[in-house]
Structures are given as structure tokens and as C-alpha cells.
Design a binder for this molecule. Structure first.
Ligand code: ADP
Ligand code: ASP
Ligand code: MG
Length: 421
């Protein structure tokens, strides 16, 4: 039976016309295997960064609507060029943007969630034998407004399309050969993983491993989409398969480490210690679509009967967060609001740490030996994160990668070949 395969190519993979020709060849190869192929592409090279820079040159605080109008144009260029490149090699291809297909999102700018994808046009074109090329990263609201899914969001477009079409596989082609134990550009001794669970990948992606957009992993897990990360340039390499944790054997307590340098910490000082304050504070941030990561509330001081609430956010949301907090300062009856964006989050992730004592203490001892000060700590069942000074992040990452024995020894982490999905 014919399989439906969704392929996604990131910015570096379509950076120039030579690379686009190369992508066309990979796409055609999958078609020649007898499969129906839907291709999702990002904007060429650093186009999105360039568009952001132009907007900031014109306005310190551009409106969300106009930002999305602007940023969505990058993907529009690559879909048309890739469809032309495929056609030039004698195959039938057609490009669509999110509006033409109906990739429906919530009415939120710059980080909208996909709520539905219409499949009629996709199915019709696949039945006609066409290769479909879809613009990643963009969506449309019910009112016909253009939205974007957040930086790196083309991964999520691809997985959501795979889920909507009940695809047999979603392949994310990128500029590294798969998911590594950490970012191979920061730690060259990082090891490629043959496989990793959805749960661990989700934690790593949230912890700053930007090889996959976190929501793409969430969607893959929810709809059981077999997801693979592989190299655009060495296409014979099968890369990394992301699959359910129940299908995996666990060899080590820590599977991967990550650093997120785009965090900011806020401390709201002297918050009166009465019920409802945290609800008010975080409720207002949520209304502004600001996601909060780590949260610490100090013990109430006896004399003043106040406490401090510290939390971290994505630094892209910093201006909006400060404005929101200033607006509610009176209502909260709090003291100073302190901001520090010279910080980073360093995390270790692994399903093998469940019920295994000593992992956190090893992490803290490793940081202590380096003289790295820990400013905040948060944990989940399979993750421990520490907030540190930005300048300390990479040396901490390298040391943790070493101490948890992730260097070099690939077969010690996963055994066997990739399952053939
Ligand atoms: P694309 O443009 O193809 O979407 P990205 O730059 O978004 O590519 O993602 C690929 C990059 O992710 C790699 O070049 C690498 O530097 C980075 N990265 C961070 N953490 C990891 C990791 N654990 N494994 C692999 N790559 C990682
Ligand atoms: N072009 C967008 C970005 O640079 C989306 C993506 O590449 O996934 O963030
Ligand atoms: Mg990406």
C-alpha cells in the first residue's frame, strides 16, 4: 500500500538554489519509492532573522499582526522555488500556503497553536499524483488573519500535517545528523542517539535543544506520529527516531543535556502573603499569552508578612512581562520588580533518573566544582534544571555532558538498528 510521508526541510537545507535542487532530489526519491509526499519548508537560510531585524529597525515594538504578515513571507518564497525545482526535474508539484490549505490556528500572534488542518485539498492533490509543498511556520485564523507558530515552528507544521493525514512517517531533515546527547555545535563530543522517547525529547526541546520545536514533539506524542530527525546532506543516514518510552530500553540515567540562553528571571519582591496573589500574578501573565517556566515563592517573612515570587520567562516576552507587571503593581501591593536577563537554564534529561537517587547531587556537585552558582532549581520526573549566569552556561553543559558519561560512546546509550517504520 502507498504510504504518506511528510518531509520537512529547515532553513539551512534550502539556503540557496543549489541546496533547493538537492532537496528536490530527496523529495523525488521518496516519490519514486511509490509514496505520497507532502513537503514542508522553512524560509531560506537566515531570512526570518533578517525580516525581524528590518522590523526592529523601523519600530521598537511592532504590532503582532504586522510581524506575522512580514515573517510569513519567508516561507512563501521557498515553497514556490522548491515546487519549481521539482517540476524542472519532470515531476508534478504544487505549492500551498497555510491559507490555501486551511491550517487553522488560534487567534494569537507570533506563537499561535494549530487547532485544525483541512485535508480535502491535500488529499485531492495527492490522489492526482502531485508532490505537495507546504509553507511551514504559518497559519490562519477563522477570520482570515495570518499567524505564525513561534520561531522554529515549521517542525510543528510538519508534524501537524502528518497527524492530520495519518501519515506513515514524518522526517525532519536538518543540518545535523539527528538528535545528539547535546548540541554538537557546543560540545563536539556529543553522541548521536539512534532513538529517544517523546517524553525525553519534549523535555530536551523545552530545555533549549532547538533541533525540534517543542510543540512538534507534543503533537507527535499526542497523535503517535513516527518522527525522525535526519541529515539533509547525508540522506542515507537514518538519523534519530523519536518514539514512545514503552518501546525503549534504558541504559543510562541521563539521556541528554541542554542549555537555554534565551531566558529572563523576574523577582516580584514583598508580595503580601495572602491567598490569591499568585493566581492574580500568573493569571494576568497568562492572559497576555506569556508562558512561565521556573517558579519559586520564598517563605513569608514574619515581620512584614510578605514573600518574594521569582519566575523565568522567554526573554522575547520580557518587555510585555514588565509592562503587564507594572500595570498590576498597585493591585498586587508588592515592592520592587527585579529583572535579570543575563541568565541561562542548564538541564539534564533522562527517563533513567526515575527512582535513581544521587542524580541531582551529582549535578550540583559538578556545578560547585566549576564555581558555578545556582540561582534557581526546578525538577520534573525526568528532568533537573538549574538557572545559572549566562557566561557559565556552556562550561556547565560540557562538564555535565562528561560527568553523566554521554561523550563518544554511542552504542552505550542505545543498541540495535532503527526500527523500520
Ligand atoms: P532547521 O533550520 O533545520 O530547523 P535548527 O537550527 O532549527 O535547524 O535545528 C538544528 C540545530 O539544532 C543544529 O544545528 C544544532 O546546533 C541544534 N541543536 C541543539 N541541541 C541539539 C541536539 N541535542 N541534537 C542535535 N542538534 C541540536
Ligand atoms: N522560518 C522560521 C524561523 O526561522 C520557522 C522555522 O524555521 O521553523 O523560525
Ligand atoms: Mg528548526
Amino acid at each position: 500500500m502507498r504510504k504518506v510521508i511528510v518531509q520537512k526541510f529547515g532553513g539551512t537545507s534550502v539556503a540557496d538554489t543549489e541546496k533547493i535542487k538537492n532537496v528536490a532530489k530527496t523529495v523525488i526519491k521518496e516519490k519514486e519509492n511509490g509514496n505520497d509526499v507532502v513537503v514542508v519548508v522553512s524560509a531560506m537560510g537566515h531570512t526570518t532573522d533578517y525580516l525581524v531585524k528590518m522590523a526592529k529597525d523601523l519600530s521598537p515594538n511592532p504590532s503582532g499582526r504586522e510581524m506575522d504578515m512580514l515573517l510569513s513571507t519567508g516561507e512563501g518564497v521557498s515553497i514556490a522555488l522548491l515546487a519549481m525545482a521539482i517540476q524542472a526535474q519532470g515531476y508534478d508539484a504544487v505549492s500551498f500556503n497555510a491559507m490555501q490549505i486551511g491550517i487553522m490556528t488560534e487567534n494569537v500572534h507570533s506563537k499561535a497553536r494549530i487547532v485544525d488542518i483541512k485535508t480535502d485539498k491535500l488529499k485531492k492533490n495527492l490522489q492526482e499524483g502531485k508532490i505537495i509543498v507546504v509553507a511551514g511556520f504559518q497559519g490562519v485564523t477563522e477570520d482570515g488573519e495570518i499567524t505564525t507558530l513561534g520561531r522554529g515552528g515549521s517542525d510543528t507544521s510538519a508534524v501537524a500535517l502528518a497527524a492530520a493525514l495519518n501519515a506513515d512517517r514524518c522526517d525532519i531533515y536538518t543540518d545535523v545528523e539527528g538528535v545528539y546527547t547535546t548540541d554538537p555545535r557546543i560540545v563536539p563530543k556529543a553522541t548521536r542517539l539512534n532513538e529517544i522517547s517523546y517524553e525525553e525529547m519534549l523535555e530536551l526541546a523545552h530545555a533549549g535543544a532547538n533541533v525540534l520545536h517543542p510543540r512538534s514533539v507534543e503533537t507527535a506524542k499526542q497523535f503517535n506520529v513516527p518522527l525522525r530527525v535526519r541529515s539533509s546532506f547525508k540522506t542515507d543516514n537514518l538519523g534519530t527516531l523519536i518514539l514512545g518510552v514503552d518501546k525503549m530500553e534504558i541504559y543510562k540515567p541521563v539521556t541528554g543535556v541542554a542549555a537555554d540562553l534565551s531566558q529572563a528571571r523576574i523577582v516580584v519582591c514583598d508580595v503580601p502573603d495572602v491567598p490569591g496573589q499568585a493566581a492574580k500574578l500568573f493569571g494576568n501573565l497568562a492572559k497576555e499569552h506569556i508562558s512561565v517556566d521556573m517558579i519559586i515563592q520564598s517563605y513569608a517573612r514574619k515581620v512584614s508578612n510578605t514573600n518574594d515570587i521569582a519566575f523565568t520567562i522567554d526573554s522575547a516576552d520580557l518587555d510585555k512581562t514588565i509592562a503587564t507587571l507594572n500595570n498590576m503593581k498597585k493591585d498586587l501591593n508588592c515592592g520592587d520588580i527585579q529583572v535579570n536577563d543575563n541568565i541561562a537554564k542548564v538541564s539534564i534529561v533522562g527517563a533513567g533518573m526515575i527512582d535513581r537517587p544521587g542524580i541531582a547531587s551529582t549535578m550540583f556537585e559538578t556545578l560547585a566544582e566549576l564555581g558555578v552558582n545556582i540561582k534557581m532549581i526546578s525538577t520534573s520526573e525526568i528532568k533537573i534544571s538549574c538557572l545559572v549566569d549566562k557566561d557559565d552556561a556552556h562550561k556547565a553543559l560540557k562538564a555535565l555532558h562528561k560527568v553523566f558519561e554521554l561523550e563518544g560512546d554511542e552504542t552505550a546509550i542505545v543498541k540495535g538498528d532503527l526500527p523500520n517504520v
